[in-house]
Design a protein around this ligand. Structure first.
Ligand code: AP5
Ligand code: ZN
Length: 213
């Protein structure tokens, strides 16, 4: 299946992705994770993307479309994929359709992580991440077994630089202005499934499974 996960910051895209990936054997492409890796490695791409990311704004369409175009060539992504955090503008959605059309493919389903803005600050400011695996925890909703340490490797957890209440405001603004139109774009194609993303993670997982079965 070719799936897109769309939703505001903290809506649970990254939390549900590994579960969907394990169950459906898809490739998982998260533009935010890829960009953060590029920033950490100080690659030319990372240097260009850093300022916008730190301020909670979107990086340019050209940069992210380039990353996705490259990543979709991977053998593991030929039969299906999960795009987490892409497309985030209508231009990106149109470019994706073009890229897929060239490969004789199309998007099958868009999972819309619908949730009220008011819940998101607590989720975002309590998030802790294991950088090398991308596993995420929450100090209240999904605490690690040992505080500050990854459950699997025992390595230290970090907080994302953009996970502050102030930067979240800009990220939400970008979501409402630039990304909500993407949901309309796919609604017109009748491929959007709305999830109740405010529910606890296992209940959201059950909704996802129902949509995909
Ligand atoms: P990105 O990394 O994509 O961030 P985002 O969209 O803001 O989403 P998040 O990762 O914050 O949220 P999530 O939905 O994955 O939440 P999670 O599951 O971790 O993008 C970062 C930046 O990169 C952008 O601002 C932009 O600058 C740039 N960028 C990326 N893609 C781009 C693009 N296509 N175009 C342009 N720029 C782009 O959950 C959050 C927390 O809540 C966790 O602690 C988790 O444990 C907890 N939690 C999850 N689900 C639940 C639940 N059901 N109940 C209780 N707690 C929960
Ligand atoms: Zn995420």
């Amino acid at each position: 299946k070719r799936l897109i996960l769309v939703g505001p910051p903290g809506s649970g895209k990254g939390t549900q992705s590994p579960i969907i990936k394990d169950e459906y054997c898809l490739c998982h492409l998260a533009t935010g994770d890829m960009l953060r890796a590029a920033v950490a490695a100080k690659t030319p791409l990372g240097i260009k993307a850093k300022e916008a990311m730190d301020n909670g704004q979107l990086v340019s369409d050209d940069l992210v479309v380039g990353i996705i175009d490259e990543a979709l060539k991977k053998p593991s992504c030929q039969k299906g994929f999960i795009l987490d955090g892409f497309p985030r503008t209508v231009v990106q959605a149109e470019k994706l359709d073009e890229m897929l059309a060239k490969r004789g493919a199309k998007v099958d389903k868009v999972l819309n992580f619908a949730i009220d803005d008011a819940i998101l600050e607590e989720r975002i400011t309590g998030r802790w991440i294991h950088p090398s695996s991308g596993r995420s925890y929450h100090s209240k909703f999904a605490p690690p077994k040992v505080p500050g340490k990854d459950d699997v490797t025992g390595e230290p957890l970090i907080q994302r630089k953009d996970d502050t209440a102030a930067v979240l405001k800009s990220r939400l603004e970008a979501f409402h202005k630039q990304t909500e139109p993407v949901i309309d774009y796919y609604s017109k194609k009748n491929i959007v499934a709305n999830l109740h993303a405010e529910k606890p993670p296992p209940e959201v997982t059950a909704e996802v499974q129902k949509v995909l079965s």
